[in-house]
Ligand binder design. Structure first.
Ligand SMILES: Nc1ncnc2c1ncn2[C@@H]1O[C@H](COP(=O)(O)OP(=O)(O)OP(=O)(O)O)[C@@H](O)[C@H]1O
Ligand SMILES: [Mg+2]
Length: 374
């Protein structure tokens, strides 16, 4: 029997989402298909389905994650590996590959007495790919990624916070997972609200004790928007650090090419868009690009690069904008071409190409505006 590909995919999807009802339904369908040429296997499959007649979630799939004893909220969540690539600059790539190499060779390094903690800290502004990168690290290593829910870990009951931190630090390495402390500065930010300084110190200390209790092979990724808020004692426990700043021109080009042009290597637009989009995060570029592609689908028209350029320049100037439907008005094209040439250093010819107007039109606008080109 050959399993219909759609059933196979649905089966895997259902199993990974612990959707017992769907698993059973597809299982029964497969048992039927199997029946014609392998009765014995079909029988075994049916028995299996009957025997495992308890919902997967209730049978411990979700409940096996550690929870806070008061709120019953899970302290960690398993996060799926990412499906989109992460673009990094050269130094970021170098840190990641060094880190992965050390993880893969930890036995050798330990035997020689030169292993270091397998902790990596990702710092950078919102939307620069920290969470994404943590997923890629786990995927590269083929290990599950467990995100620590610091909001559930930090319990209203004092003693419980320490207990929670310990159960997280016991659970994840036992599962051979990557422990991901996302927004680790949340610990430091406690200072403002109801928590007093003494309690904050205790939380930081339990996190540090947790980190120190880990085996040499345990992999810890931490992410923060505010590295300066981080306790230096925590900081020191992460020998690998990546400063994920806003993407540089080369990375922006990669991002535009991927999210806007669907990796079309021949498109001339990404380098032009990269030049006018400094100040945007990867998440900004993704948002603008996907909105332009949605518009193109709804309008049944080709991608409107002018509208993308407009949204990029507006967003870079601090006004949140997405690519708009309906194309740019000629007044908007005029002001955009002037700002791209004068403020963002694009040539008149490139501005014309992005806006889909003639080179002469751009020259005329620049002339009207005063000082000609450049
Ligand atoms: N360098 C990048 N390469 C590829 N995609 C990126 C990059 N930066 C951002 N993105 C896109 O933006 C989305 C948001 O990024 P992500 O959630 O990882 O940011 P973050 O740094 O964790 O932000 P926050 O500090 O707000 O949590 C990603 O899912 C990805 O699609
Ligand atoms: Mg994040």
């Amino acid at each position: 029997m050959s399993v219909p590909p759609d059933d196979l995919i649905e089966l895997v999807d259902a199993a990974l989402s612990a959707d017992y009802t769907r698993v059973r339904r597809i299982g029964s369908k497969l048992a039927k298909l199997l029946n014609t040429d392998n009765e014995e296997a079909a029988r075994r499959l049916r028995t299996l389905i009957r025997q495992r007649g308890v919902p997967l979630r209730a049978s411990g799939y979700a409940e096996s994650l550690p929870v806070d004893s008061k709120s019953r909220l899970p302290l960690v969540e398993e996060q799926a590996w990412p499906t989109t690539p992460a673009f990094l600059d050269r130094s970021g790539k170098a840190v990641i590959s060094g880190f992965l190499e050390d993880v893969r060779n930890v036995d050798l390094l330990t035997a020689k007495g030169i292993a270091t903690r397998l902790g990596i800290l990702l710092a950078g502004p919102p939307g620069t790919g920290k969470t994404l990168l943590a997923g890629h690290i786990a995927a590269q290593l083929g290990r599950p990624l467990y995100i620590v829910r610091l909001d559930s870990v930090i319990s209203s009951l004092l003693g419980d916070t320490a207990k929670n931190v310990r159960s997280v630090f016991d659970f994840v390495p036992a599962r051979d997972g990557v422990l991901f402390l996302d927004e680790i500065d949340a610990v430091a930010k406690l200072r403002d609200d109801q928590h007093e300084l003494g309690e904050l110190k205790r939380v930081v200390n339990t996190v540090i004790q947790g980190l120190d209790s880990l085996d040499d092979r345990a992999i810890v990724v931490a992410a923060t928007n505010h590295p300066q808020l981080l306790d230096p004692a925590i900081w020191r426990r992460f020998p690998y650090k990546i400063e994920l700043g806003l993407p540089d021109a080369a990375v922006r080009e990669d991002l535009w090419r991927h999210f806007l042009m669907e990796d079309d290597a021949g498109s001339p637009l990404p380098p032009l868009l990269a030049r006018i989009s400094s100040g945007l995060s990867g998440a900004d570029i993704q948002n603008i690009a996907l909105s332009a592609r949605r518009n193109a689908v709804f309008e049944g028209l080709p991608l409107d690069a002018g509208s993308v350029a407009w949204a990029a320049v507006e967003t870079a100037a601090g006004r949140l904008s997405l690519s708009e439907r309906g194309g740019l008005s000629s007044e908007r094209k005029r002001s955009l071409s002037i700002s791209m040439v004068r403020e963002r250093g694009l040539s008149g010819a490139d501005a014309a190409r992005l806006l889909g107007v003639t080179r002469q039109a751009v020259s005329a606008w620049l002339k009207e505006d005063g000082h000609g080109e450049g």
